[in-house]
Write a protein that binds this ligand. Structure first.
Ligand code: PBG
Length: 325
């Protein structure tokens, strides 16, 4: 018997041959780290998030310290989430020039001009009711919300943000944000839209981290039904037409098919968000010694890359940067 069957093992025989034929790899250029910055007078404030071991709510000073270490390990980009001292029904700290996110952006861009500083554009961390928009008659009102989202994006751009990322899932928000940015002279600031964002139980730990659990109801009237894939194509198409420069799928791991469909249907860069619940599950299993955490993290990220993501937002970024060094 000679050449009558396929010998796939030839290209797996040594580590060097495997390196030579590897199709995908994770590089620091692919990774965006989310940070939670809290408006807290105490410069030492560094509050562990119990459902996300290894992640913290950070004061401005602690954020500076943490990012400084990450940058020295090769961090290239981050996305900020803010936790304001005061919340109100209108989420006014989301678009305040002295809001915590705006302060953090100014500090980070001042210290590290090269670092890509992205901001999450949403109201939920800033509203007293925890919803991503304004409430009218017990319902999240779309059209008044998108005006405030545009205000929020403009205030982030004014502070120096490199990229704004709307995560609210209101209709027309990319349109409103693009118009707002352009009218204020920010024609060069790109929008990375959370285009295909599901109403996912995997956001559970994040809501502890960002203190943004809705006080009534849920997010199913604006975030997508996990059972749907074609609907994701409609959302992505709408965002592209409205002016999104990058499209994101969220969560990542349970939605690899969606990442692949977007990759095949759109030429815009595709981002994927490995969300808090994905992080916490791997962490918990790793801490219990049930899985090899480092290996599982890398495998989960490779899966997301293989599915077609250009960029991955992951809480494992700092860990992976150390692994890659
Ligand atoms: C805000 C927002 C959420 C996440 C990112 N932006 C929470 C939500 O929609 O409830 C989730 C991120 C994560 O779970 O890591 N709208």
């Amino acid at each position: 018997m000679t050449y009558d069957f396929f010998r796939g093992r030839r290209l797996r025989r040594t580590a060097s041959i495997r390196d030579l034929v590897r199709e995908n790899a994770i590089s620091p250029n692919d990774l965006m780290m989310p940070y939670f910055v809290a408006e807290n007078e105490d410069p030492d404030f560094k509050n562990p998030i119990s459902s996300m071991p290894g992640q913290f709510q950070l004061s401005l000073k602690q954020l500076e310290k943490t990012v400084g270490e990450a940058v020295s390990n090769g961090l290239k980009s981050l996305i900020l989430f803010g936790i304001p001292a005061q919340k109100d029904p209108e989420g006014s700290q989301a678009y305040a020039d002295e809001g915590i996110v705006q302060q953090a952006v100014r500090m980070l861009k001042d210290k590290w001009p090269e670092l890509v500083v992205a901001t999450d554009v949403c109201l939920c961390e800033f509203t007293s009711h925890g919803h991503c928009g304004l409430i009218r008659d017990g319902y999240v009102d779309n059209d008044s919300t998108i005006e405030l989202l545009a205000e929020t994006a403009i205030s982030h751009a004014k502070a120096g943000a490199d990229l704004v990322a709307p995560s609210d899932m209101m209709d027309g928000r990319v349109f409103a944000i693009r118009q707002g940015l352009d009218q204020n002279g920010f024609t060069d600031i790109p929008i990375m839209s959370y285009a295909v964002k599901y109403a996912s139980a995997f956001y559970g730990p994040f809501r502890e981290a960002a203190e943004s659990t809705p006080q009534f109801g849920d997010r199913k009237t604006y975030q997508m039904d996990p059972a749907n894939s074609r609907e994701g194509m409609r959302e992505a198409t709408a965002d592209m037409i409205e002016g999104a420069d990058m499209l994101m799928v969220k969560p990542a791991g349970p939605y690899l098919d969606i990442i692949r469909s977007l990759r095949d249907s759109f030429d815009l860069p595709i981002a994927a968000y490995q969300v808090s619940g994905e992080y916490s599950m791997i962490k918990a299993a790793g801490q219990n010694g049930w899985v090899d955490e480092q290996a599982v993290v890398m495998e989960s990220l490779l899966g997301i890359k293989r599915a077609g993501a250009d960029l991955i937002m992951t809480y494992f970024t700092e860990d992976v940067l150390k692994q890659l060094r």
